[in-house]
Each structure stands twice: as structure tokens, then as C-alpha cells.
Design a protein around this ligand. Structure first.
Ligand code: NAD
Ligand code: UDP
Length: 346
């Protein structure tokens, strides 16, 4: 049985679907702070609680035979982390401390967890290889780096093996368009751009036009959420075969500027986007592009869904059918007094 912590969130809910497609037994722990109960399939047990709550976690581990853990729980808004860093250390590092403690007590051998390109800060060279210096420019990135280091020492002391996956910019949605990204507030570029053709925003904002890039806007490496979750399955397999703990970048190796993404979103939706040029957003590095050779070679991973136009189209399929995200779905359920998705009691 695989425990997916944060399995009601954006990436976690895609992870759960993908594991079920592969006939893996899965259970979810989520406190639903940014996740949505309706994103978890009915046939997957959902335990609503906080990973920092060790007695809750112990009950989950006692009631289930857990063989491996995939950990997505975190606060992950850069700007918010600048305003309230202790909240970020508490949730991100605190959550990992209690999860690792319980894994140690229950002798669960393997964990895959979400790290981020934000651990690199402003990279000295691009594409970014995993051995590059890690100097985060914000508390969010610092908490993820602290987690990586803590996992390393937990491996040395307790033999819990880990894979840290440093995601670049995750985008897109599940092929059916039934689950997707639903953050409130939304800060990510692609879902924000899609709010323009949905009529929820008048213009797209471009943060900074004086970066040292070909068109002056920031360059990022966008990777489809299904390629991200596929890497987790391969990482778990890698550990189960007895390979040592490791850290991998997850990106395509190709960068797109904000202006290019704006243009492509206009093409995909058939509605060119009016834009407003804004000041730089604090803490944004100019270019973040992954060198993904290590994941390709050692995990046998290959991004298959990350063509940029198809990725925007897949996000668009979700957003145009769920302009209010899961909220709409939950409202409909409530108004018809249908049964809401069941959760597990402990
Ligand atoms: P998300 O907010 O949609 O998902 C996180 C889930 O974890 C949510 O369902 C939330 O309710 C749950 N959660 C948070 N803290 C918890 C706690 N203490 N106890 C129980 N549940 C808790 O975020 P996401 O976009 O799916 O990101 C998942 C992970 O990937 C995060 O760790 C994030 O830092 C990392 N990441 C995301 C991106 C991206 O582009 N989305 C990029 C790099 C890294
Ligand atoms: N961005 C932008 N307008 C927006 C949102 C984001 O220009 O409305 C830019 C942002 O400054 C960054 C890039 O788009 O350079 C990607 O931002 P996002 O928040 O999606 O991901 P990040 O790279 O911060 O993880």
C-alpha cells in the first residue's frame, strides 16, 4: 500500500489517479487546507488530518500496511513565505519531521518527496545540473533544502531511503479534464493566463520585461503534471530495487519566456490575450531550465506529455469546464444534498 501525503492537492491528485491506473493500492492523508476532497477518487481511502499530528499519523500507519510514502504536503507560495517564514518552516520541515519519525517507528523503508527548482536560487549556469550550488532566494526554497538535508541524515541514522525530486514549473491536467489545478489564491502563470479567456480577468500581467533574456521576460521550464507523477513511480521502483537515496531534476530541458507562453495561450484558446507590463516580481530568477539527463539515465524517465502547446491545451480543458474549480462541484453536491465524498475515521 502506498501512502500519498497531500494526495488531494494539484499534483497529489494526479499521482493518486496514475497509481490507481497501475492497479496500485493507495491511501491519502491530507488536511484539505489547499487540497480538495472531491479530487480524490471514491475508491481511495482519504484520511483527513495533518502530517504534523504524530498521533494521527500513527493511527493511519497502524490501520494500514504501508510499504512506501509519496510526500507532497507543503505550503508553496514564495511571496507568502517571505512574509511568514516560520509558518513555512513549521509546515514543511515540521511535517517532514513527524512523517519521518512515524516511518522510522513503523519501519517503512522508502519515501519520494517534492522538492523544487527554488532550491537553486539564482543559478550561476543553465541548464541546471543537480550538483550546482543551492542558494535559495526565499524561505520556501530554504525549507525544501532543509527537508532534503534532513532526509539525508534520516537515511544515515534510520535507513529510510529517499528520492528528492526537484520539480521545475508544473502545468497541465489529467487527460479527462476532470481534475486539474485549483489554487486559491492562484499565482502560477498558466492558470492565471487562462482566466483571461474565461472572462475572470481582463488582462494578463507580465512581471518584468528587463531580464537578460531574448525578449526581456523570465524563462521557465514547464513540465506536464503527468510526466511529474510518472517520475515518482519510477523513483519508487528505483528505491525498491535497492538503489541508494538520490536527488533528480524534473524538467524538459527547454525554456519558454513569459511572452512566449502568453502568445501560445492566445493561440490555444483562440483568443489573443491583452497584456499589462508590470514590475519584476520579487525573488524571480531570470532563467530556470533543468538539465534532466540524470533522471533520464538513472530512472529511465522521459517526459512524454510536455509539448508546450499540448500542455496549455490540457490545462485549458480542465479550466474551461471548471471555471470555479472544485468549489463549483462541491456546491452542486451540497445543493442537491448528494452524498459528499466519504472520508475514513480513525
Ligand atoms: P497543493 O497545495 O495543491 O498540494 C499540497 C497538498 O498538501 C494539499 O492538498 C494540502 O491540503 C496538503 N497539505 C499541506 N500541508 C499539509 C499538512 N501539514 N498536513 C496534511 N496535508 C497537508 O500543491 P501542489 O502544487 O500540488 O504541490 C505539491 C508539492 O510539489 C508541494 O510540496 C510543492 O512545494 C511542490 N512543488 C510544486 C510545484 C508546482 O509547480 N506546482 C513546483 C515545485 C514544487
Ligand atoms: N508570471 C507573470 N505573470 C503572472 C504570473 C507569473 O509574468 O501573472 C511570471 C513569473 O514572474 C515567473 C513566471 O511567470 O517569471 C512563472 O511564474 P510561476 O508563478 O508560474 O512559477 P515560478 O517560476 O514562480 O515557480
Amino acid at each position: 500500500m502506498i501512502l500519498v501525503c497531500g494526495g488531494a492537492g494539484y499534483i497529489g491528485s494526479h499521482m493518486v489517479r496514475y497509481l490507481r491506473e497501475k492497479n496500485k493500492e493507495v491511501l491519502v492523508v491530507d488536511n484539505l487546507r489547499t487540497g480538495h476532497r472531491e479530487s480524490v477518487p471514491e475508491d481511495v481511502p482519504l484520511y483527513v488530518g495533518d502530517v504534523r499530528d504524530m498521533s494521527f499519523l500513527k493511527r493511519v500507519f497502524s490501520n494500514n500496511q504501508i510499504d512506501g510514502v509519496i510526500h507532497f504536503c507543503a505550503h508553496s507560495l514564495v511571496a507568502e513565505s517571505m512574509e511568514d517564514p516560520l509558518r513555512y518552516y513549521d509546515n514543511n520541515v515540521g511535517g517532514a519531521i513527524s512523517l519521518l519519525s512515524v516511518m522510522r517507528d513503523f519501519k517503512v523503508p522508502n519515501i519520494i518527496f517534492s522538492s523544487t527548482a527554488a532550491t537553486y536560487g539564482e543559478p550561476k549556469t543553465v541548464p541546471i545540473t543537480e550538483d550546482l550550488e543551492t542558494v535559495p532566494t526565499n524561505p520556501y526554497g530554504e525549507t525544501k533544502l532543509a527537508m532534503e538535508k534532513m532526509f539525508k541524515w534520516a537515511d544515515v541514522a534510520y535507513g529510510i531511503h529517499y528520492v528528492a525530486l526537484r520539480y521545475f514549473n508544473v502545468a497541465g491536467a489529467y487527460k479527462t479534464g476532470k481534475i486539474g489545478e485549483d489554487h486559491n489564491p492562484e499565482t502560477h502563470l498558466i492558470p492565471l493566463l487562462l482566466q483571461v479567456p474565461l472572462g475572470k480577468r481582463k488582462e494578463a500581467y507580465i512581471f518584468g520585461t528587463d531580464y537578460p533574456t531574448s525578449d526581456g521576460t523570465c524563462v521557465r521550464d514547464y513540465i506536464h503534471v503527468m510526466d511529474i507523477v510518472d517520475a515518482h513511480v519510477k523513483a519508487l521502483d528505483y528505491l525498491e530495487k535497492g538503489n541508494p537515496s538520490n536527488t533528480f531534476n524534473l524538467g524538459t530541458g527547454q525554456g519558454f519566456s513569459v511572452k512566449e507562453i502568453v502568445d501560445m495561450t492566445g493561440q490555444v484558446t483562440g483568443k489573443p490575450l491583452p497584456t499589462i507590463l508590470k514590475e519584476r516580481r520579487a525573488g524571480d530568477p531570470a532563467v530556470l531550465v533543468a538539465d534532466n539527463k540524470k533522471a533520464k539515465e538513472m530512472l529511465g524517465w522521459e517526459p512524454k506529455h510536455s509539448n508546450i502547446e499540448k500542455m496549455i491545451a490540457s490545462a485549458w480543458l480542465w479550466h474551461k469546464n471548471h471555471s470555479e474549480g472544485y468549489y463549483e462541484q462541491e456546491e452542486i453536491l451540497c445543493s442537491f444534498k448528494w452524498k459528499r465524498r466519504q472520508t475514513e475515521n480513525l
